[in-house]
Design a protein around this ligand. Structure first.
Ligand SMILES: Cc1cc2nc3c(=O)[nH]c(=O)nc-3n(C[C@H](O)[C@H](O)[C@H](O)COP(=O)(O)OP(=O)(O)OC[C@H]3O[C@@H](n4cnc5c(N)ncnc54)[C@H](O)[C@@H]3O)c2cc1C
Length: 391
């Protein structure tokens, strides 16, 4: 059976974009899918050879300007990569995905010319990565108020505290640290972002152990003990760090929506194939039962509407008119709908769904991250409700 997602994308995006999607899809089929079970069973992070191959395809530089070594593409390219690789593995897709949307992109949007020249070419080539240090052990949803501090002493800033959940930490050369710099200022104006080298004195990283979601993705905890940085390492403006983070998250949430839809697309194909091939009761396919059809039809509707919405939001993002609520809404809706439907899809495939090699359990588990990551869905509703309460 042809992939349902291909049918929809062929009609939604232009020929060039579809050709790009097909190239990444083929890469994912040939160089990711066949190895996933081994990587999972051996508890491996994305192997360096796979990262190198994605780098050679230009996947780490998709929306980065050509003058800085990127592909000069747009946010839709990034999301098409999320769909094509996320179809098999969100964990593999998030590696270039976070490296761009949480690493390179904030530099492109908020960095100085010198910072862009120093970092973007290597980031766009996938030779190194920058991680996004927003979350902390004591600060998740309340990210505007970091416990990590940066105090000015002479001409240096001294950073102390801990960041956690830092995606790609294992491969990172630098971390963007969101730190409290003016505790008495109004909410949203208290913090500053610093680009800190991972090998700087006083920076300690360790991989977070025991994570059963996004298993091939690196997730680190990073400690800062009297780490000294200069003004040159400030990303954006002093006491405007939360704006840098929020600007970053708008694009990141679209990418998370693409991962959720990639998982949904896989589950839809898996379920409709299974429903046609599994014969029972007079040796006829279970796909003839209306309740089985209901799940498949709902998956199909959610996929088509989600893809249409995603391409629209990417368009608004490029025009600079995507509102924070809009980015939050699509992340909330795609993640929760895909999560509900993949769980139902597992039911219609019965016991075989519980095996790793069938693939659904991987997507089911990974979809949890799409609900909680880059702002938990429950907390994001605080943002979505704002325009509904005005006037
Ligand atoms: C695999 C993975 C990768 C990640 N990668 C990164 C990364 O690269 N960089 C980074 O900075 N962070 C990263 N995160 C962290 C992620 O952004 C946080 O998990 C998320 O912001 C939620 O924070 P928390 O887990 O501390 O939950 P908490 O803030 O403790 O919230 C717990 C729950 O309380 C409820 N809640 C909280 N606040 C509200 C509210 N205002 N209204 C209603 N309900 C609320 C929600 O149900 C929420 O899920 C990652 C997380 C995971 C799991």
């Amino acid at each position: 059976m042809a992939r349902r997602i291909d049918t929809y994308l062929a009609n939604l995006i232009g020929e060039d974009k579809f050709a790009f999607y097909e190239a990444v899809r083929d890469f994912s089929d040939e160089q990711v899918a066949p190895h996933l079970l081994t990587w999972e069973r051996e508890h491996k992070l994305v192997p360096d050879s796979c990262i190198q191959a994605m780098g050679e395809m230009g996947l780490f530089g998709l929306p980065i300007a050509e003058e800085f070594g990127g592909q000069g593409g747009d946010h839709l390219d990034l999301c098409l990569m999320g769909l094509a690789i996320g179809y098999h593995s969100q964990a593999v897709a998030i590696t270039p995905g976070a490296a761009i949307s949480l690493g390179a992109k904030p530099l492109q949007l908020c960095g100085t010319e010198a910072q862009k020249r120093a970092h973007l070419p290597a980031l766009a080539a996938g030779e190194r990565m920058i991680v996004f240090g927003l979350s902390e052990p004591g600060r998740g949803s309340d990210a505007a108020n970091p416990e990590v501090t940066a105090v000015k002493k002479g001409d240096k800033w001294v950073i102390n505290g801990e960041k956690c959940w830092s995606t790609n930490a294992h491969w990172a050369s630098h971390v963007v640290v969101h730190a409290l710099t003016d505790p008495d200022a109004p909410n949203g104006k208290r913090s500053t972002c610093f680009i800190v080298p991972m090998d700087q004195k006083g920076v300690f990283y360790q991989e977070m152990q025991g994570k059963k979601v996004w298993e091939q993705s690196s997730t680190g905890s990073i400690m800062f003990e009297n780490v000294e940085v200069s003004d040159d390492e400030i990303l954006g403006e002093v006491n405007n760090g939360f704006k840098v983070m929020v600007t970053t998250l708008n694009g990141g949430r679209l990418f998370i929506a693409s991962l959720a839809l990639g998982s949904l697309a896989f589950a839809l194909d898996r379920c409709r194939t299974y429903a046609e091939e599994r014969n029972q009761f007079d040796d006829k396919p279970i796909g003839r039962f209306q309740r089985v059809q209901d799940v498949i039809v709902d998956m199909d509707i959610a996929l088509e509407s989600g893809l249409t919405w995603l391409t629209h939001c990417c368009d608004l993002y490029e025009k600079g008119t995507l509102g924070r609520e809009q980015a939050a809404k699509i992340k909330v809706e795609c993640s929760r709908r895909a999560s509900e439907l993949v769980a139902l899809g597992m039911e219609i495939c019965g016991g075989v769904s519980s095996f790793d090699e069938f693939g659904l359990i991987r997507h089911h588990n990974d979809l949890f991250v799409t609900r909680v990551g880059e702002g938990s869905n429950f907390a994001l509703k605080d943002l979505i409700v704002r325009p509904l309460r005005k006037g």
